[in-house]
Design a protein around this ligand. Sequence first.
Ligand code: NZQ
Ligand code: ZN
Length: 390
Amino acid sequence: MQNFVFHNPTKIIFGRATIPLVGQETAAWGDHALLVYGKESIKKHGIYNQVTASLENTGIKITEHGGVRSNPTLDHVRTGIEKVQKNGCTVLVAVGGGSVIDSAKAISAGSPVKHDVWKFFTGKKSIKKTLPLITVLTLAAAGSEMNSGMVITNEATHEKFGFGNKRLYPKTSILDPETTFTVPPDYTAYGAVDAVAHVLEFYMTASDPATPVQDRLMEGLIQNSMDACNRCLLVPDNYNARADLMWTATLALNGLTAAGLGRVGFPMHMIEHSLSALYDIPHGAGLSIVIPGWLTWFSSINAVRIALLGKKVFPLAEADNYSDEQMARRTVVKLRKWFNRIGSPTSLGEAGIPKIDIEKIADNAISLAKVWRLQGYTRKRIEEILHLCA
Ligand code: NZQ
Ligand code: ZN
């Protein structure tokens, strides 16, 4: 196990009937909130009314910033920054999924500075100050509610870039699993795929080969994402299933799994971000396309690691008779079958992306590979992986 510092400052309030606490949590940080939310779901399902009532009861002034779309855009973030600056908001409240929370994070970093917020994403400027952020999560997926990352799409340049900074952690996140009863089957599935992907990235790219505590933790999170997702799809208002999925997705990317692994990478996300940036497909759908192809490519580099995952997550009585290569192949097949079963696409073709676009996708991905310093991810290698996703 490598040396590590694990410091996650986000306070989590988890469980039923917790949304009314948003007022007091926000009041601890400011008296004028920019309320950031998505298109329609929170108004349709009564969450908006609960949040605004709690904020108003605590005497907090609200400036609205709704309309965040999935795969959130830089332009909408810029408008939010203008609102904060013009109206003097002192705190942000984000109510929604990863797109809403990431937009709020970008607004919180972009509001105190004079330069354009995109400079943070390209590494030209670093974040020195942010406005405090409180979140109410309504979708189990990205993990943004308890991490320091944010992902935004620059539509003008077709770049979907993400990065982390310790000042981006939300102060408090409220996780009421009942808010996710209304998440439709497709986004329930994409969210679970995202959680699985977050764990897989670190599991596969860990530079330390001896991390049994983290390995068992990660295998457990993958099993629980899959199992909880299956139960949510069967009975959408099964509280325990929604609670399991929500907490699993949060733990999958809050820093805990990576502690002690040494240097890790996010190569599957790097490629997926180009699919979302160019074709606006949901993040989880893009990941279920990339994962089987990337794992197939990675089998020739570290079949032992994929085989280990397979033995733990998809146990098989006669596993000892299998070679690592056979076991790795079986693991990829099992994962692909699960993606298919929950309705998440597993090939570029299934998402309507023609093979002929592979060069263009690789061209797009290479810029993020550079920003993320993913060594070895040349255009040739990305194209090779994408051909395995076709
Ligand atoms: O816009 P509304 O009407 O709210 O609808 C949303 C949206 O259409 C809907 N939804 C959310 N909560 C709902 C609901 N529908 C019914 N009932 C509810 N309770 O779900 C749709 C998708 O929402 P979105 O926020 O886009 O999904 P998700 O949470 O998967 O976030 C995806 C974004 O997060 C980024 C992704 O790249 C993508 O842009 N990620 C952020 C990360 C981070 N900050 O650490 C890491 C991830 O790897 C990921 O990259
Ligand atoms: Zn993700």
